[in-house]
Unconditional design. Structure first.
Length: 493
């Protein structure tokens, strides 16, 4: 059984408390931590929003959200009532003065508490909220601020946000969250690499042929069209989630699990990532945009139809495939193929480490379809790891080989529910453990690389390639990898 270690009492203040992120992710995550005994009874969760609600109305809204987004078998009515009793609410104007004295009065009741401020708001409010926290005397040694992505839309805007927040919070109190880093499998990637000699010795260009990272979504813009059309797949997914996964896959061993040691190594990978120029975009990048099709047997509209007639000429990409290169001794000559998109066949995220084929085989070619070893790290929907090896087909009749999976599903193997990413990260903020959060220089290095790719696309302006909803993206993304004699891993079960 997993060991549940209670955290110290806290006052968690969530700005944007009536928004989708809070209702869908944050409140369920906090409920699970309360139900499992990790949140002390004296802790408070304080919602802050411009919506005018009474405290009782906020609690009822939270109750409805928890019943909508938590499986019925995970809801305990007594625990639910106990959790809701910890909720308070403040009607507040992030840009003005209304509500700030009320928040101060509430927090001053427990002046020595750990105070995480979670900014589940638009990024353009990060600076004003932080300035008001400072103005009303709400920042102390035990304060932390949590910033949701996107942190800017380019390097310039990311620096402006970091400057505004950094003007009132020291870097050690700023937690830039990427929920992918809180997934059990992502953390197990560190254990796999650095706690197992067998993999540590194999993790280099001598043994690994290439790496694939796929983050596939079945949904479209889902009411986020206004934001998404100014963002696109590169800004929304590649610049943060995918580059973070690439960093953890490619990084050297840190000196320790100390937050700065880990983040130092990730930063080195970002700085070693080869820039993509206008001369390269046609051979190592593919942009796509979904058109009407069928996902899961259900007909769905195209991207431009989802946006409405005012965006009928949108050139925003909903799919990106890239061939990346990490310029280091360990990874010289090993391509990293990454892809992400909306309206793909399945919701699926994985890292595939493809090992090189053996240089010589003692087995006759007719005895098997020759398959090099492959390590598949599943991030969702079912977290786990699978190592594909060649074994003898049981029974008489000679030596016949076939690929076999050594499969670990974490939930099935350990026979228990593990905290999801937000649950873990929310508690890490309370503990002050920043290992799984991004440092300022990481964010800016990722944007510096992404900006160069965005400029390269702008210098060679072409519309994104259409792909049918329910497919794996434009056919050009298949050519991207197959021209190198490789293929995308799509054995989705």
């Amino acid at each position: 059984m997993a060991t549940i270690i209670p955290v110290a009492p806290f006052d968690y203040v969530v700005f944007g408390a009536t928004g989708d992120l809070t209702q869908r992710k944050l409140l369920p995550a906090l409920y699970h931590r309360y139900r499992d005994g990790q949140i002390p009874e004296t802790s408070r969760i304080i919602g802050a929003s411009r919506t005018e609600l009474t405290e009782e109305a906020f609690r009822e809204k939270a109750r409805d959200a928890l019943k909508s987004f938590i499986a019925p078998f995970d809801l305990d009515e007594d625990k639910l009532d106990g959790f809701l009793a910890h909720l308070s609410y403040v009607h507040i104007d992030a840009l003005g003065e209304d509500g700030w004295p009320d928040l101060k009065a509430l927090l001053d009741e427990q002046p020595d508490r750990i105070r995480p401020y979670y900014l589940a708001t638009s990024p353009d409010l990060y600076g004003p909220i932080c300035r008001n926290l400072d103005r009303f005397g709400l920042i102390g040694e035990k304060s932390r601020v949590v910033l949701e992505k996107p942190i800017g839309k380019d390097l310039k805007s990311a620096r402006a946000i970091n400057d505004a927040v950094g003007a009132v919070f020291p870097e050690s109190q700023i937690f830039r969250i990427d929920h992918y880093l809180g997934k059990e499998t992502v953390q197990n990637l560190l254990a796999l690499r650095f706690a197992n000699t067998i993999f540590d010795r194999l993790w280099n260009a001598d043994v690994i042929d290439h790496v694939q990272i796929t983050v596939a979504e079945t949904v479209g813009v889902e009411g986020r069209g206004g934001y998404y059309d100014t963002s696109g797949a590169l800004r929304d997914m590649v610049q943060n989630h995918i580059l973070q996964l690439l960093c953890l896959t490619a990084m050297e061993s840190p000196l320790s699990l100390d937050a700065n040691s880990v983040r130092d190594e990730k930063l080195k990978v970002l700085r070693a990532l080869k820039p993509i120029t206008a001369a390269d975009v046609q051979t190592v990048t593919v942009r796509g945009q979904y058109v009407s099709g069928a996902v899961g047997g259900k007909a769905v509209a195209g991207y431009q139809d989802d946006l409405g007639p005012e965006a009928a000429t949108s050139r925003t990409e909903t799919f990106v495939a890239l061939k990346l290169e990490v310029r280091s001794w360990r990874w010289a000559g090993v391509p990293f193929y990454v892809r992400t998109g909306k309206r793909l066949p399945k919701k699926h995220s994985e890292i595939v480490v493809q090992f090189r084929a053996s240089p010589f085989s003692i087995f006759p070619s007719e005895s098997f379809g020759r398959e090099p070893n492959r390590l598949v790290i599943r991030l969702q929907p079912e977290e786990g790891m699978k190592l594909e090896v060649m074994t003898k087909d049981p029974g008489p009749g000679g030596m016949r080989l076939r690929p076999t999976d050594l499969d670990i599903s974490f939930e099935e193997t350990f026979k228990q529910r593990y905290p999801d990413a937000y649950e873990r990260l929310l508690m890490d903020v309370v503990r002050g453990n920043a290992t799984l959060f991004m440092r300022r220089d990481e964010v800016e290095a990722a944007w510096e690389w992404a900006d160069k790719l965005l400029k390269a696309w702008a210098d060679r302006p072409e519309p994104p390639r259409p792909y049918s909803a329910g497919s794996w993206g434009p056919t050009a993304s298949i050519a991207l990898i197959e021209r190198d004699g490789r293929t995308w891993h799509e054995e989705l079960k």
